[in-house]
Design a protein. Structure first.
Length: 417
């Protein structure tokens, strides 16, 4: 690779990393807006901690587990802060930073689903385990060259499906894992006080500031232009220029389609277009397109966005009203359900190997196995982690703290006076 091209690729990767980092305040504002004012400082603190913990733990151990020497395709080796094992063309420090912001995103998704009733000390514990082992291991299976992405002719994926698992920017690896972990964590915690009446019916607990939530979603939408196009990891040359431009377009179309679909579904279903659900609809479209933004056509991106935007409404309602799992921000639906949907739809709508384009069902089978393996890993480790904390130390604050707010009791300060 020539020096100018490598320099351009490095600058693009670091610019994309900055955009993905900008998603961290986006998540913070979105989650804060969708929850009550008495817990705002707690929400903001947890999003701050995610990145602080994630940066250090991923540097010392997680990066090695994800991209280190192969352990039969299932796990790398811890690097303990030594980056010399990485042999790629791009500067290792820059690549580490790019991957760090993705790791932090996976951890921060969980905080929204478990908002308003989790002990801050125990939040530190499970955030640490997500950054240290849960995310890096399944990341090794895929982006780290492990068994799901092994394209050798005699590999398991190639002999079974004739294709490998594909997740361009993380519908499965980042978002579905965060959504599944959030769902398990919310189950372990139980619902917020007053969420369900004695008759079992769900009661709405409105967020305190939809302006904050809307600003957060706009920031996330902008950050996704680093999340998806940045995953090309190169900008030099005609092929990369075209690829980045294509991913920009498909990302934006899916987001717009997701928001439009949710807006019209809520208008028809509830008589009024819901702002809070439409905001989540935009995120649903973004999550759904993230796996196949490089492989689907612009029209395919619109289809993925529409499907995710429609399913989102019914998924939130099902988890809340039927399963009685209290997810204050809808993270399990936005990131979990739509992450799974987007991964599977890539197997159908990819223009290069998708089933709907006449390429057979091998690639779709690879997508099914990949999402199943990744989310079973997330569910199993999440169950052990959250229920282990619950029974060994306690995961939830007591009723008085929950009623009066976590800000004062957990942090000794409030965002509003």
């Amino acid at each position: 690779m020539n020096e100018i091209g490598l320099s351009l690729d490095t600058v693009w990767m670091l610019l994309a990393a900055m955009l993905v980092f900008w998603m961290q305040p986006g998540f913070a504002l979105c989650e804060a807006g969708f929850t009550r004012s008495k817990n705002t400082a707690n929400i903001l603190m947890k999003n701050l901690v995610d990145f602080m913990f994630g940066s250090l733990l991923f540097f010392f151990v997680g990066f090695g587990f994800m991209f280190g020497s192969d352990g039969a395709g299932f796990i790398g080796a811890p690097n303990w802060g030594d980056l010399s094992f990485y042999k790629g063309d791009l500067p290792v420090e820059g690549f580490l930073m790019f991957e760090t912001v993705f790791c932090a995103t996976s951890a921060t998704i969980v905080s929204g689903a478990m908002a308003e009733r989790t002990k801050f000390s125990m939040y530190l514990v499970y955030s640490m385990f997500i950054s240290l082992i849960i995310y890096p291991v399944e990341g090794h299976w895929t982006w780290g060259g492990g068994w799901l992405s092994n394209g050798a002719a005699d590999s398991f994926m190639m002999t079974t499906f004739g294709d490998v698992f594909h997740d361009f920017a993380g519908s499965a690896i980042v978002h579905s894992v965060g959504g599944v972990l959030g769902l398990i964590g919310a189950m372990a915690l139980g619902p917020r006080l007053g969420k369900y009446g004695r008759d079992g019916k769900s009661r709405a607990i409105p967020g305190h500031n939809l302006s904050l939530a809307a600003l957060g979603v706009f920031i996330l939408w902008m950050g996704w232009f680093g999340f998806n196009p940045g995953s090309q990891l190169a900008a030099s040359g005609e092929v990369n220029r075209i690829a980045i431009s294509h991913v920009f377009l498909t990302t934006n179309l899916a987001a717009a389609a997701g928001g439009m679909a949710t807006m019209f579904v809520t208008w028809l279903k509830y008589g009024k277009p819901s702002l809070s659900l439409t905001l989540n609809g935009v995120l649903a479209g973004l999550v759904g397109i993230t796996a196949g933004c490089d492989l689907v056509s612009p029209m395919g991106a619109v289809v993925i966005g529409l499907i995710c935007g429609v399913v989102l409404v019914y998924s939130i309602e099902f988890i809340d009203h039927r399963l009685h799992i209290d997810d204050p921000v809808g993270a399990a639906s936005v990131h979990g359900v739509c992450g799974i949907l987007g991964t599977l739809l890539t197997g159908l709508l990819s223009t290069t190997n998708g089933a709907f384009y006449g390429f057979g069902w091998g690639f779709f089978g690879a997508q099914c196995l990949g999402i199943l393996a990744i989310d079973l890993w997330a569910a199993a480790t999440g169950f052990a982690l959250f229920y282990g904390i619950k029974y060994l130390h306690g995961l939830r604050v007591n009723d008085r703290i929950e009623e009066e707010g976590l800000d004062i009791y957990e942090h000794g300060e409030s965002c509003y006076n």
